[in-house]
Design a protein around this ligand. Structure first.
Ligand code: PHE
Length: 458
């Protein structure tokens, strides 16, 4: 019976495999596409500092909480709460996570699809002949069928990987490709900061201007931290349930957070200085960059570097891979839930999850074309999903997760789990628990409530 269970429940093969999969989930479009975008929309340097503060103060504790919930319960995000808090409404946190997975994957697959288009444009040489990158992006993204085709391909590949029973393939895959992506980003960032006029951008990023900060900025920094670390919706509860019992969860969480944050900072060094270099004299705020930011700025950087067309092919390929290692982790949340709670086969669960998410995804993709004027709270479907998932759903999810660990699971169970039943000793364990029980919930709560009352929900 136990053997049978082990066969059903996949687990990661090695410690490095855990890092590769969790960092694969964390590192993605959130770092390279979303981070430079929200940083430029929210004042630059001050935003960056807030962001780093949130990663340390809230990100790592929430990540650790999720891993420990999943590993203890050995179940999907929904089932974990049901098992650890039977007969209580805590399972609703799991439900929220499943809904959030829908919201995220719907718009994420739109952007992941764009990276495939740019990969195609790079490989056919089209990209190096474009004069007006903004127009190029607008022309493509406002079409109907082409962006939908790429989105469909992303959902298909994601489903195939998830269906295959996860990690054996992807673990190996990410171990080689993620380091390659990091090296490439270093390269492009170097080219970007050495462009003429780029130093203004570096200053913008590292010299904080606190006058640009409002409650909403703070909420956006927190939301971005949650989004980028893949916390607040059960991705890491699900992955945690596949982690072996001897893994040092605090160390793993810290390593994943450091990797993710380094890549986000490098990505903004790749994008922001280039904005200043290519549009000298204008300040970033007045440019009010849109979702196409990365697709408009980076091709210009590639055009201006030797061997740029080769690098652009490699870059957009790796960016697609980085996106895929994240999309699979989101889809897996829903699939593990359907499979374990509704007792569906993995194939059936994957099919149902992917098809239903794609329906919402179509609306997100068409937000740049035929559905551009369809708005809710003055936002297109895409913008609404993007804003609400990170700033409302993940933030709220993260709050509930720390409250669960701090106040329901309790100190002894939590310390027992992260110390591997007392086998690991560290002075940090109690400190992290203190943060989880008191500091993180109060901080998230104040930010959420203040933003809500001062600025309205969106
Ligand atoms: N962290 C991923 C990224 O930055 C996105 C993601 C969010 C993945 C939430 C899983 C869960 O690209």
């Amino acid at each position: 019976m136990i053997e049978n269970n082990n066969q059903i429940r996949d687990s990661f093969g090695s410690k490095f495999g855990v890092i590769a999969a969790a960092a694969g989930s964390a590192v993605g479009l959130g770092n390279i596409w979303r981070f430079p975008l929200v940083t430029t929309q929210n004042g630059g340097g001050a935003f960056l500092l807030l962001y780093i503060g949130f990663v340390i103060l809230i990100g790592i504790p929430v990540m650790l909480s999720e891993f420990s919930i999943g590993r203890r319960a050995q179940l999907n995000a929904f089932g974990s709460f049901k098992k650890l808090a039977p007969g209580t409404p805590w399972f609703l946190v799991g439900s929220l996570g499943i809904i959030t997975a829908f919201a995220i994957l719907a718009f994420y697959s739109t952007v992941a699809g764009w990276t495939l288009e740019y990969f195609a444009q790079a490989i056919t040489g089209k990209l190096s002949h474009v004069n007006d990158m903004q127009k190029n992006f607008a022309d493509f993204s406002s079409q109907t069928y082409r962006p939908l085709m790429w989105q469909f391909i992303i959902m298909l590949v994601t489903s195939v990987v998830v269906f295959a029973g996860i990690k054996k393939g992807i673990e190996k895959f990410t171990k080689i490709l993620m380091p390659l992506l990091a090296v490439l980003i270093l390269f492009v960032a170097f080219r970007s900061v050495t462009l003429e006029g780029a130093m203004e951008g570096v200053k913008y990023l590292f010299v904080p201007d606190w006058s640009a900060v409002s409650f909403k900025t703070v909420l956006m920094a927190l939301g971005q931290a949650a989004f980028s670390l893949s916390i607040g919706m059960g991705t890491l509860i699900t992955y945690g349930s596949y982690i072996q019992k001897d893994n040092h969860l605090l160390r793993t969480s810290t390593q994943v957070a450091i990797t993710d944050t380094s890549i986000a900072i490098l990505a903004s060094l790749m994008v922001i200085p280039a904005i200043f270099a290519f549009s000298p004299g204008s300040d970033v705020a007045s440019l009010s960059p849109g979702p196409g930011l990365v697709f408009e700025v980076l091709p210009n950087v590639f055009k201006s570097m030797p061997g740029g067309s080769f690098f652009s092919v490699l870059f957009f390929f790796l960016l697609s891979v980085a996106a895929l290692t994240s999309t699979i982790s989101v889809l897996e949340v829903v699939v593990a839930y359907l499979k374990e709670e509704l007792r569906l086969s993995r194939g059936m669960a994957t099919l149902i999850a992917a098809v239903s998410i794609s329906v919402l995804g179509v609306l997100a993709t068409l937000s740049f074309g035929v559905m551009r004027d369809f708005t809710i709270f003055e936002m297109t479907v895409f913008d609404l999903l993007n804003y609400a998932s990170a700033n409302i759903m993940l933030t709220f999810g993260a709050l509930l997760i720390v409250v669960f660990v701090g106040w329901r699971m309790g100190k002894s169970d939590f310390i027992n789990e992260i110390s591997n039943q007392g086998n690991l000793k560290s002075n940090l364990f109690k400190g992290v628990y203190f943060i989880i029980r008191y500091i993180a919930p109060v901080a998230i709560g104040i930010i959420a409530i203040a933003t809500f009352f001062i600025q309205g929900i969106v």
